[in-house]
Design a protein. Structure first.
Length: 366
């Protein structure tokens, strides 16, 4: 074969490959029969429900089921009592297409080579609380030295708690961190088998029963100690079904818009109150925080910075073997398209890496 013919054949092969990839992009293939969404919490009820995020609203109202009904696509919600680590196992086994998950477990799966894309915020600046027995002398984080403290390791509670402790000059070696899931931590706190527990609004239940008191709140201390959750999609599904991904993100953004309206505050908490926790707990958790901040779907510099901080911290704590790259993980194409289609560009306030508002949208957010 002459060199000219060999080069010509190579060029033809390359062009064929390019045209094939272009065709696949325009025609991603047959629609899926099922869209599988993993949720990093056990939920409550049958079917399970959860509060605290727009993902919970989309699930409870059957908005995705309604969106895909005309296509005959079934939406399967899978709730995991094992939270983020259990979601990771399902992702590794290719049992999910989407996942609603906190920062630490998702960083663990990225560091382990599981390929996903972060496509929307759903539960940003979530609270973190410290509960102690009602007669405890602990009144601040600094009092925890030498104490037995429960935290659900491997979840976004874990990193947020360690970050808060470190800011007060407390190392993990200064206390005994005990790995307990949410229910076990509540039980151990009530029976005084531990001295304190980091948790979320479920600690308010123990407080109402007189079995604990809440002595510290991340939201009242610093935004750096809040927890972040997002909606992810697997690389494989995103490449095969970009139009389905778009419809999922657009549905989530629509729900976020409805409930970011302060006139919907009571309705929002009432809906979440039908899940695992009473609406009064959600109302307390959101005190002083605009809905447009807590329900924002934006993938802004604040969120990216928190994931970078979490990735560095997880590696320093030897929770990951390597520190994953973060910037390219955030894939904004579907979110940007949804915001443009729904004419919502500039609707949610955008925050910088330092937690400060970008521009002058705070007044509008309030």
């Amino acid at each position: 074969m002459t060199l000219q013919r060999w080069l010509g054949l190579g060029l033809a092969t390359l062009l064929l490959a390019v045209f094939t990839l272009a065709a696949q992009a325009q025609n991603p293939g047959p629609k899926p029969t099922t869209v599988r969404i993993g949720v990093a919490t056990g939920g409550v009820g049958a079917p399970p429900r959860t509060g605290g995020s727009t993902t919970g609203i989309v699930n409870a109202q059957g908005l995705l089921e309604e969106e895909f009904e005309r296509d005959g696509i079934q939406v399967q919600w899978i709730f995991f009592k094992g939270a983020g680590p259990a979601v990771n196992e399902a992702l590794v086994n290719r049992q999910l297409d989407f996942a609603w998950q906190g920062d630490l477990p998702s960083i663990v799966h990225r560091a382990g080579g599981v390929k996903t894309r972060i496509i929307a915020g759903s539960g940003v600046r979530n609270g973190l609380y410290l509960g102690v027995p009602p007669d405890s002398s602990v009144t601040r984080l600094e009092d925890l030295k030498g104490k037995r403290v429960a935290v659900f390791k491997g979840t976004n509670l874990h990193l947020a708690a360690v970050r808060a402790l470190a800011a007060k000059g407390i190392k993990e070696s200064d206390l005994k961190l005990i790995n307990l899931d949410t229910a076990s931590a509540q039980a151990a706190l009530a029976t005084r088998d531990i001295d304190a527990a980091f948790g979320y609004v479920e600690l308010f239940s123990l407080r109402e029963k007189g079995a604990a008191k809440v002595v510290w709140s991340a939201a009242q201390d610093s935004y750096r100690f809040t927890r972040q959750t997002v909606l992810l999609v697997t690389d494989d599904f995103a490449q095969r079904q970009p139009q389905v991904v778009q419809r999922v993100v657009t549905t989530l953004v629509k729900a976020a818009k409805v409930y970011s309206d302060e006139q919907q505050r009571s309705e929002l908490f009432a809906q979440w109150g039908q899940a695992e926790l009473p609406e009064r707990f959600w109302r307390e958790d959101f005190i002083g925080q605009p809905l447009r901040v807590r329900l924002s779907p934006l993938l802004d510099p604040f969120l990216v910075a928190r994931y970078k901080d979490a990735a560095a911290q997880a590696h320093a704590l030897k929770l990951t073997r390597s520190q994953p790259e973060i910037d390219s993980w955030f894939d904004r194409r579907w979110l940007d398209a949804a915001l443009k289609e729904l004419k919502l560009e500039g609707y949610w306030p955008e925050y910088g890496a330092d937690g400060e508002l970008i521009g002058s949208k705070l007044a509008a957010a309030r």
